[in-house]
Design a protein around this ligand. Structure first.
Ligand SMILES: Cc1ncc(COP(=O)(O)O)c(C=O)c1O
Length: 445
């Protein structure tokens, strides 16, 4: 039976090295790199010679050499295999950035709770994708048009943001969209809330721009010299409050005066329990605000799908770049999200999660009372509890003892001097949350 090698080999007839050495060298590299695992079967010397267009003596010579070095072994009647002892220290190289295995359940701010009862609609969406034919060429650089039509209706209905499908760009989530906005802005610093979303701060830094810290607890009134400012008006991350109407107006005025673009991260506005969500900031000024939405809080962060509604000039610049780079989310994911929106899946999971989060937000508030008070009203899927540093550390230690990792408010601060703990309640069960809260209360007491 002919079997081809899982490693592409390239023969260079103009090179000084003999053909046998070239073949042996490339197979050896694959063995050292761990590409060919111990026990893997190699093609016959005849089949390999045929694939490479060389004489059989070349491949025989290469296999003999590698067998002599201990890399390969020949089993009579069954073929040539990677030898059992063919391991090198290199093959067991640890990953360059090993992730510490803490064994703790992370109660982070980013993991949503997705009601498994709506799985049928999820499966339908993917069946739908599997029955469709992908576009044979690069698809629309703005994103799948059917999705943009659904999104335009969704944004008008849920966020008071009225726009045409052609004003929407489908993105790889908030950070993907932010990266594209940053790439299209003129050189210059970008403002960022402090404390604020660390991934956004990282994206701004990675774009080579200076990050200008803007205290998250105060209205933004001056953006002189900045070309943009990233904000979370619906639910300041990680403190929680909605940006009041007066602060929205002062931010827009400051951005206008500086000629800066406001980058609105509308990451979890679906989840307010006390009142209806406030309309998007972009609804107030479409010419000044670039609006970023995401599926990360409603469907799953692993979808890596979002959308951007940018002012016309910025939209054009990003679209032109995407025409060249094809930096558009994968077609199957976009197509599945069309079905998820049409089928009502997104509305269903949002409704279920809203009920669950409302109950959990109350559970957190009641559990820590009277020892501490979260910043109220709690929205989204986390509660932020301001505490002096030492007390916050005691709470974290107590949570760790019980098997939970909770984020510290100070880790979201750059120049701000705030401390406390943040309890994410999306990525756990009710029972786990109760155990974590009992540990938090022990740490507070
Ligand atoms: C403030 C904020 N914005 C956006 C996101 C989602 O980002 P992405 O859409 O890139 O997953 C998160 C997720 O945790 C977040 O906390």
């Amino acid at each position: 039976m002919s079997r081809s090698l899982a490693v592409p080999l390239v023969i260079d007839r103009s090179a000084a090295a003999p053909l046998g050495s070239q073949v042996a060298g490339q197979i050896r590299d694959a063995l050292v790199g761990g590409v060919l695992p111990v026990g893997a079967r190699l093609p016959s010397t005849r089949a390999l010679a045929g694939d490479l267009g060389v004489s059989r003596s070349v491949t025989e010579q290469a296999f003999d050499q590698l067998a002599a070095e201990g890399w390969l072994e020949t089993r009579r009647g069954s073929g040539t295999f990677v030898a059992a002892g063919a391991t090198t220290p290199l093959r067991h190289r640890p990953s360059p950035t090993p992730r510490p295995e803490t064994g703790l359940l992370r109660l982070d701010t980013g993991t949503p709770w997705i009601d498994p009862r709506h799985r049928a609609a999820w499966r339908r969406a993917w069946r739908d994708v599997s029955a469709a034919t992908p576009p044979p060429a690069y698809d629309d650089p703005a994103g799948v048009r059917a999705l943009r039509i659904e999104l335009a209706a969704h944004l008008a209905r849920t966020r008071g943001l009225v726009c045409e499908p052609d004003e929407i760009l489908v993105t790889s989530g908030t950070i993907g969209g932010l990266g594209q906005v940053l790439a299209a802005l003129p050189p210059g610093p970008v403002g960022h809330e402090d404390p604020g979303y660390r991934a956004a701060a990282e994206a701004i830094r990675a774009s080579g721009r200076d990050l200008r810290d803007l205290p998250a607890t105060e209205p933004i009134t001056d953006l002189t010299g900045a070309v943009g400012v990233y904000v979370t008006p619906a639910h300041q991350h990680p403190l929680g409050p909605v940006m009041p109407g007066s602060a929205r107006l002062s931010l827009l005025a400051a951005a206008h005066a500086a000629g800066a673009v406001v980058i609105e991260d509308d990451y979890d506005s679906e989840f307010r329990y006390d009142v209806a969500p406030v309309p998007a900031l972009a609804a107030l000024d479409r010419d000044r605000v670039a609006y970023l939405g995401t599926t990360s809080k409603t469907v799953a962060p692993s979808m890596r799908l979002g959308w951007l509604v940018a002012p016309p000039g910025l939209h054009r610049a990003i679209l032109e770049r995407r025409e060249v780079t094809h930096d558009v989310p994968p077609w199957p994911v976009q197509r599945a999200f069309v079905s998820l929106l049409r089928d009502g899946y997104v509305d269903q999971v949002v409704r279920s999660a809203r009920r669950t989060y409302a109950a959990r937000a109350q559970r957190v508030t009641e559990a820590v009372r009277p020892l501490a008070t979260p910043i109220l009203p709690v929205a989204g899927m986390y509660a932020t509890i301001p505490l002096p540093q030492a007390r916050a550390r005691r709470v974290r230690a107590s949570a760790r003892e019980a098997g939970f990792e909770i984020p510290m408010l100070q880790d979201y601060c750059r120049t701000a001097q705030l401390s406390g703990v943040i309890i994410g309640f999306g990525g756990c069960t009710d029972a786990e949350l109760d155990r974590a809260l009992a540990a938090v209360v022990r740490g507070l007491g």
